[in-house]
Ligand binder design. Structure first.
Ligand code: CP3
Length: 344
């Protein structure tokens, strides 16, 4: 029988939505913290296929999620293109910055990315052997805009100011960088699919800071170019797009991008999204991550509200963004139980 996530992605309305969770392998789990300590730092874990596969499997063993997401990071692509990358504990990622054409020209050729990324493909191969037969394996990459914001600023930024400054001040440099990331992302995701990823997800975490024409040009167009290329090479491969905080731009995104599923953050209500987005295909989301910290009756009520609002169309249950390190693992169990026991 076809896996539940693949059925939802194909447009089927299921009596119980399949469920997984962004950042399901992460610091809220004691077993993750133990394996990460064994690996050393975060990047050593990403590039260690056995341990990366182990942390991917941990939330599947503990909770029986319907999907496993490859353990890696969106910033491995810039690193594979030649950027320096390191993580500062308690602060987040740091990268060497790109501010001009010379910086773009200094990036490695697209073909060279696999020299760095080969361990990730090995993680995918291990997982496709070891996952339970009912669990779907999701590969992923960052969308070019979001990845570019980190490559330009050299770190996470609240308003993506440096990237906006480059796209308005040096359009040709910015466009060249977006093209280079898009090309690399196509090859990276294509290799994940060859290694056994059954679905791929494109994370555009900072899409919400692009408005109007800029959203069409830098959130939609590069994502569409990736999806078109992947579907041409791997017919039928399902794609989940996550233009986070897309707001009104979520409307029509299935059709304009070619994505099989649009993932929703929690700034839109499920009622609105059922009426305006789910009409075009599968949606994923969108419980606020804070419920994994706070729990209780509010978690149960909000979970039921989301399952109820999306029950007449294809839906994959998820959070609206990643689970945070301060979450209580018991609350995750309560969310899953609420979804699976839902009766309208
Ligand atoms: O979801 C999963 O379980 C799969 C693995 C995954 C990670 N990062 C592991 C990770 C995925 C899909 C990502 C995506 C990612 N990485 C995004 C897009 C999604 C989003 O959250 O908006 C972004 C923007 C990044 C970049 C990144 N990686 C940042 C900003 C940080 C630091 C913030 C933080 O949470 O500490 C990371 C680190 C990171 N990536 C961790 C994990 C489990 C925590 C690192 C640790 O163990 O210390």
């Amino acid at each position: 029988m076809t896996k539940t996530i693949l059925r939802a992605l194909a447009g089927e309305t299921l009596p119980t939505p399949p469920i997984w969770m962004m950042r399901q392998a992460g610091r809220y789990l004691p077993e993750y913290r133990a394996t990460r300590a064994q690996a050393g730092d975060f990047l050593s874990l990403c590039y260690n296929p056995e341990l990366a596969a182990e942390v991917t499997l941990q939330p599947i063993r503990r909770y029986g999620f319907d999907a496993a997401i490859l353990f890696a990071d969106i910033l491995l692509v810039p690193q594979a293109l030649g950027a320096d990358l390191w993580f500062v504990t308690g602060e987040g990622p740091r990268l060497s910055t790109i501010t001009d054409q010379a910086g773009v020209d200094a990036l490695k050729p697209t073909d060279a990315i696999h020299d760095t990324l080969n361990p990730v493909y090995e993680t995918v191969r291990i997982l496709s052997r070891e996952l339970p037969p009912e669990t779907t394996l999701i590969g992923f990459a960052g969308a070019p805009w979001t990845v570019a914001t980190y490559m330009i600023a050299g770190r996470g930024t609240k308003d993506q100011g440096p990237a906006h400054a480059l796209r308005t001040g040096a359009l040709e440099v910015f466009d060249a960088l977006i093209d280079r990331i898009t090309d690399a992302t196509i090859e990276y995701l294509s290799m994940q699919i060859k290694a056994g990823a059954e679905v791929v997800k494109i994370f555009d975490s900072w899409a919400g800071s692009l408005k109007g024409d800029a959203f069409a040009k830098y959130a939609l167009a590069p994502t569409k170019r990736i999806i078109d290329a992947l579907k041409a090479r791997h017919p039928g491969i399902p794609v989940i797009a996550f233009p986070r905080e897309g707001g009104e731009n979520y409307i029509g995104f299935h059709k304009s991008s070619g994505a099989d599923c649009v993932a929703l953050d929690d700034s839109v209500t499920p009622e609105w999204a059922a009426a305006n987005v789910q009409t075009d295909g599968c949606v994923q989301g969108n419980l606020a991550s804070r419920h994994m910290v706070t729990g209780g009756q509010e978690l149960v009520d909000e979970t039921r509200k989301i399952v109820g609002a999306f029950k007449n169309g294809p839906h994959i249950f998820n959070l609206g963004h990643g689970i945070t390190p301060d979450a209580d693992p018991e609350n995750v169990a309560l969310m899953i139980e609420t979804v699976r026991n839902f009766k309208p």
